[in-house]
Structure formats: C-alpha cells, structure tokens
Design a protein around this ligand. Sequence first.
Ligand SMILES: NC(=O)C1=CN([C@@H]2O[C@H](COP(=O)(O)OP(=O)(O)OC[C@H]3O[C@@H](n4cnc5c(N)ncnc54)[C@H](O)[C@@H]3O)[C@@H](O)[C@H]2O)C=CC1
Ligand SMILES: O=C(O)C(=O)COP(=O)(O)O
Length: 527
Amino acid sequence: MFRILISDPLSEEGIHALQSTENVNIVIDIGLSPTELRDKISDFDALLVRSQTQVTRELIRNAPNLKIIGRAGVGVDNIDLNAATEHGIIVVNAPNGNTNSAAEHTMAMLMAMSRNIPQAYYALKNQQWERKKYLGVELKNKTLGIVGLGRIGTEVAYRAKGQRMNVMAYDPFLTEEKAEKMGIEYGAIEDVLKNADFITVHTPLLKETRHLINAEAFQLMKNGVQIVNCARGGIIDEDALYEAIISKKVAGAAMDVFEEEPFLDNKLLELPEVIATPHLGASTIEAQENVAIDVCQDIISFLTGGTVRNPVNLPSVPKDIMNKIEPYFNLAEKLGLFLIHLTQEVIEEVNIYYAGDLSEVEVAPITRNTVRGILKRHLGNHVNDVNALYLAEKKGITIHENKTSQAKGFTNLLKVEVKTKSDKRSVSGTLLNGLGARIVKVDHYSVDFTPAGHIVVIHHKDQPGVIGRMGSLLAQHQINIATMQVDRSDIGGDAIMMLTVDKHLEKDGLEELKALNEIYDVTAIDL
Ligand SMILES: NC(=O)C1=CN([C@@H]2O[C@H](COP(=O)(O)OP(=O)(O)OC[C@H]3O[C@@H](n4cnc5c(N)ncnc54)[C@H](O)[C@@H]3O)[C@@H](O)[C@H]2O)C=CC1
Ligand SMILES: O=C(O)C(=O)COP(=O)(O)O
C-alpha cells in the first residue's frame, strides 16, 4: 500500500485521479502544526502540499518512508530541496497550471493600485464619499518594468501591452532579440528600475533574489513609482519598502505575498499606499484544478514506474529522448554494480564513455544510473536516481562523462572505468538489437555475457588444467556452470574466466577456488 498525506487544501479533481489508482491510501489532514506533521509523517510514502506546509530538513529526517513530495503549484521555497535530494526524495511541482491566474491577479493588483480601488471601497463602506482623495493614474503609455520574464512575467507582459503600456523587462535569460520579438524592451536590471513607472517582480525566491528589491534598488527608481509583488515574499525587502513609502519615493505597493506568511499583523498594512491580498495569486477554480491534476498525475506516474513530467530536483527529460535512453538504464546500473565488485580500494574517479549512438543522446540520466550501480553495493537501496550524484560527490568521487562516435564495431557502447589510488578497472557493455544487454569487455579482455544472475570472475594464469580443476571444485559445491568465457593477454600469460552459474557461490567455495595455484583472484557477483 502506498500512503499519501495531503497537508494543504487541494482540488478534488486531482485527488479523484489518485483515489482511482490501485493500492493507494490517501489521508487528508489540513492545518497540522509542524510538530503534528512531524509525528505523523513517518508512515507516509508521499506528501502533497501547496505553499503553506513547511517541508523542512527536520520533517524530512523524520520521514524514513517518504519517496516523493508533490507541490501543487510553482514555488518550492517551502521545501528544503537539498534535504529532499540527500534523502533520495523526488520533488515534483505543477509549474504551468496557475500561470494564467497569477498573471491575471498581477494585472488586477496593478489596476486596483493605480486607481485606489481597495481604499475607495473601504472608505465608501465606512460612509465616506471620497472623490478627490482617490485620484488615480492611467496605465496607458506608462512603463511597466518586469523583473523576471518567465511563465508569469511573460503573460503579464502581453497583458500590459494590451493596456497600451510600454514594457521593459530584465531576466538573465532574456536577449534583446527575444525582447524585440515580443514587442517589449530589454533592459539590465538597473535600467528597468530607473525607467519604470510601475514595477512587478516575477522571479522565484532564491539566495540571489532575496531582497533583490532593497533600499539601494529603491534609490534607483523614479519618484512616485508603484510596485507589485505577486511572486514571493522576500524578493522585496519589506523594511526598505516601508521606508521608501514613508519617504514618498514609492507611491503605491500591491502585495500578494509576504516575508512571513500567514500573518495577522504586518506594518506595511498600516500604510494607506499599500493594498494587499493574502497570497491569492493561484486561488482560482481553474488554477487549483490544473495544479492538483498535474501534480497527482506525476505521483501516479511515479507510483506506476513511469516518468514524472515535472521533477524539481532532477532535470526533466523530454519524452522522446527518454524513450531512447531508458533502455540503457538497467545496463548502466549493472555495469556500475559489476565494476564495484572488482574494485577493492576506495574509488576516487569514475569515467563514463558513451560511444556510437550513445554519443548523440542526453546521457545525464544514464550517468545517474551508472553511479547508482557503483554506490549501491555499499549504500544499498538508500541510493537512487535523485541522490546518486550528490552521494558520490559527498564521498569525494569525481564523475566524468566522455563521448565518442567510435564504438569499436558496436552500434552503441557504454564503458565505465573506475580509478583508485593505485588501480584502474573497467567494464564495457552494449545493447544488442533484439538480444538485450551484454557485457563485452572486462578490463582489456573481450567477453560476451548477459549482465544478470550469478557471475564468477576468475583471474588466472593461462595454463593447461586450470579450467578442469576449477570446474571440478565448483561441482563439489553443487554449482552448475551455465555459460563460460575465457580470454587471455597472451599464451601462458594472464587470463580471465567469466562464468555464469546457477546459484550463488558461497564464501567457502570462493576461498577454495582462490587457493588453487594458478588462480590469482576470484570474485562472485550477483547482478
Ligand atoms: N502569488 C501566487 O499565488 C503565485 C506566485 N507564483 C510565484 O511567481 C514566481 C514566478 O513564477 P513562474 O513565472 O511560474 O516561474 P518561472 O520559473 O517561469 O520564471 C521565473 C523567471 O525568473 C527569472 N529570474 C531568476 N532570477 C532572476 C533575477 N535575479 N532577476 C531577474 N529574473 C530572474 C528566471 O530566469 C525565470 O525566467 C515564482 O516565485 C512563483 O513561486 C507562482 C504562482 C502563483
Ligand atoms: O504556485 C505558487 O508558487 C504559489 O505561490 C501558489 O501558492 P498556493 O498553492 O496558492 O499556496
């Protein structure tokens, strides 16, 4: 049974899809305190949240069974992504479903602010007919400065053009050409701040964007500028904004998000120039249905062994590319696992060579599977796709990917090499059309066997009688040889024997084999 805890309000539409999935048990418990959530989480495999639940390192530490965290929305700043990655927990979000709603809310806030609608309404409710006091300004022909031109920023840009505004935007990924195509103006952040009559921020909250709009930034702005934040509390420094309003630098602020949420008391709300909503950007029926359906579909994909569409702590790979590379995942993991058994010393470096067809595809997911195989022997199932590279780095192992079109006669070839202080070992494998995976090289020896089942690797001296003696010894241990491969460096020199056998070779058999004169080393590997 796969247990899912939903700890923030989610639209029924998404939950229905989850409910109709087999072997799923859903618990909805909204408004848990951090302590209650921590006490509850240990039994759950999945956690579904919006922006309210704080998924902290401490919570994750208390969630030994947690495999996936779903965020029904965009911002994942309420989730400790590093902690999730370290614990091998995949985080998925729903980045597209609320774009439109957030853009519409931004425009609503912009217009409400420029015409003092909330203030005038409030006055009227209090029996004050105030026409003179609430003189507004038009948007037409004014410049809207957009900081962060991603999904929502872009939608806001198009809507602002509809209001006949001039739009100037800054985004690290925005080029002058792209801006021109959109019919907007490109500017460095300073240009945007200096030239805009209205400024709206649409970045994620990151280390680099925390207090991006601070006292210094306000100094650059026009006197009487008006500012909107429907992205994340903390992008604008609230203390600096307060001061900028008091000093009349800023004539108005429209805030949907705050540094501290939820709150009942925020000094910004004491200022008549500030209008506010309690984080309502994504609060529409449509957005909530969209994000709930999207995130629940990813949970179902995860559960049923499919590919998740919106991973946050793993790069997302388009489906057509995934179809090409997925068949290599098992081979990659098996090569890694095989190789780690041949290595006695601490691994310092892993080189992965992608040759032939493999040189033309996105290989990062194959690398993760290879590294997972290498680490699995000592870290067990704790290591997965999400944390494999992180754990390798933590262990001081450097990983290099190399590509070459030369595949030594194969259409595709995956070679994995590990380096230790004094040794270097390698193994190569391929996917044969219609025949599946094969290991075709171990160090410099040519072999051909399927990477599955019980394997015995014997390094020995190329001498008459070795194979016979080894065969009888295995027979004494009731071990039946299924396949056998032999290769050597030169006549009478070092040689390798690769056996696939019908059952695991136990330690006593292994020791007896090692004790035979001409045998240098024996390794039993279960793949
Ligand atoms: N108020 C609400 O209810 C909602 C808020 N949001 C928030 O809105 C924000 C934007 O969301 P999306 O547009 O979907 O994200 P997005 O990822 O599509 O766009 C963010 C953009 O910010 C840019 N950026 C990053 N650092 C920057 C910097 N230092 N200066 C300028 N640009 C920078 C990125 O390059 C990217 O293009 C997020 O913070 C999200 O959490 C989203 C939905 C609803
Ligand atoms: O998607 C986002 O980033 C949002 O801010 C929406 O937050 P919510 O899901 O409404 O708590």
